[in-house]
Ligand binder design. Structure first.
Ligand code: T4K
Length: 369
């Protein structure tokens, strides 16, 4: 059966608004390489995200990969395997060694109780993930990083617009890397950004995203091409005007899911973090077969049969990818393994009809034996 409801659907501005936004590009012929739209989006995002410094990239992955390169790291980076391929790939593609810390069973973010024991004299950085928009234990990570003089780079791909204790989420760590992919709460079609503390780091990042070109006659680093183009920046400028409304609509969808699923035995819904202003990026549910009466895979199949495309974000764990040829011992991250075998991310986007949520929940609850 053809899927009628997918796990998400890109937010898009009214077509006329986008056409108006890009009209001047047809006059100037300036399409990329840090043009006026790029500059304006940077300024607008600094205000919206409550950060001082930001740079834009082609995508969230290059934001992470080039940040690690810019920090000139060597050795081991402590991270979590309960994430998208990008996080671990960014480490490995920099010639660094990922060391996997287990996750907290409630927030699915790095379990800071297990972090310090993984630090060795080869550790250079920590790369925690605010997975599903759940904010990591930033205070404890900061304390441990300071004590051991480690860099902290957050994978903030899922946390656009969130605040923790009133502070923009991009203000934590040495850098925070956002994704503006089409599937995210805020998108620039493809895109990403790095918020950073140190101006020097920003200067290096700026060069690295443009081949390492430092001046008209100087190439001082082996960079990549990771510049956000003007059409993507224009999409960002339009989407930014609507993002609060889109997030509010997502919040209504989440509330409807909770009205059906909260308190059902054997289901663990995503944590509500009282000090976080959420962006409702994802709606993950963990299914405990013994108490719920159906497994994650059974629910997944029942939804698929009804044309509903839930996703197993994040399964498999990155430390089990065949790309790594068994290099990592998954038994060291048992909580992550437990969650990844049981989690299903339910459809969530601004215009998802509440009646569709009712139907999805009906199918889920109907799976119980
Ligand atoms: N770190 C983390 C923790 C991440 O989750 C990600 C990306 C990154 C880093 C890297 O950021 P980017 O380099 O991607 O900016 C999707 C996204 O491609 C990816 O951005 C995202 N995480 C990941 C969790 O999900 P897929 O393979 O599941 O995408 P796909 O093509 O199956 O799309 C999912 C659904 O979204 C579709 O069923 C329908 C909808 N959709 C998709 C596209 C492409 C749209 O409505 N419009 C679209 O244009 O990876």
């Amino acid at each position: 059966m053809k899927k009628r409801i997918l796990v998400t659907r890109s937010s898009m501005p009214p077509l006329e608004e986008f056409v108006d936004e890009i009209r001047e590009l047809w006059e100037t012929h300036w399409l990329t390489n840090m043009g006026p739209k790029h500059k304006l989006l940077q300024e607008e995002l600094c205000k919206y995200l409550g950060v001082e410094r930001i740079d834009l990239f082609t995508n969230g992955h290059m934001a992470i990969e080039l940040t690690l390169q810019a920090l000139n790291l060597q050795g081991e980076v402590i991270t979590t395997p309960f994430t998208f391929a990008s996080t671990t790939h960014a480490i490995v593609r920099n010639g660094l060694t990922p060391v996997f810390c287990d996750i907290d069973p409630v927030t699915y973010t790095m379990d800071t109780e297990k972090l310090e024991e993984l630090i060795t004299d080869r550790t250079c950085a920590i790369l925690p993930v605010h997975v599903y928009g759940n904010v990591c234990n930033v205070e404890e990570i900061e304390r441990i990083a300071r004590k051991h003089e480690l860099k902290v780079v957050y994978d903030a791909a899922h946390t656009f617009g969130e605040t923790y204790k009133g502070k923009g989420i991009g203000t934590f760590g040495d850098a925070s890397c956002f994704s503006f992919h089409a599937t995210k709460a805020f998108n620039t079609v493809e895109g990403g950004a790095v918020c950073f503390r140190d101006e020097k780091l920003g200067e290096i990042l700026y060069d690295l995203k443009n081949f390492g070109i430092h001046g008209p006659e100087e190439v001082s680093a082996v960079g990549a091409n990771a510049k956000m183009n003007e059409l993507c920046a224009a999409m960002g400028l339009c989407n930014l005007r609507h993002v609060d409304a889109e997030i509010a609509k997502r919040g209504k969808v989440v509330a409807r899911y909770r009205s059906h699923l909260e308190g059902v035995e054997g289901l663990q819904l995503n944590a509500v973090q009282p000090e976080v202003k959420p962006n409702h990026a994802y709606f993950p549910v963990v299914f405990e077969e013994e108490t719920f009466g159906a497994s994650r895979n059974e629910v997944f199949a029942a939804l698929a049969a009804a044309g509903i495309g839930a996703r197993k974000y994040f399964h498999p764990l990155t430390n089990t990818f065949s790309a790594f040829h068994g290099a990592y011992d998954v038994s060291k991250t048992p909580v992550a393994l437990h969650v990844s075998r049981r989690v299903l991310t339910l459809p969530l986007y601004a215009d998802l009809a509440l009646e569709d949520v009712d139907e999805i929940c009906g199918i889920i609850l109907g799976c119980r034996k």
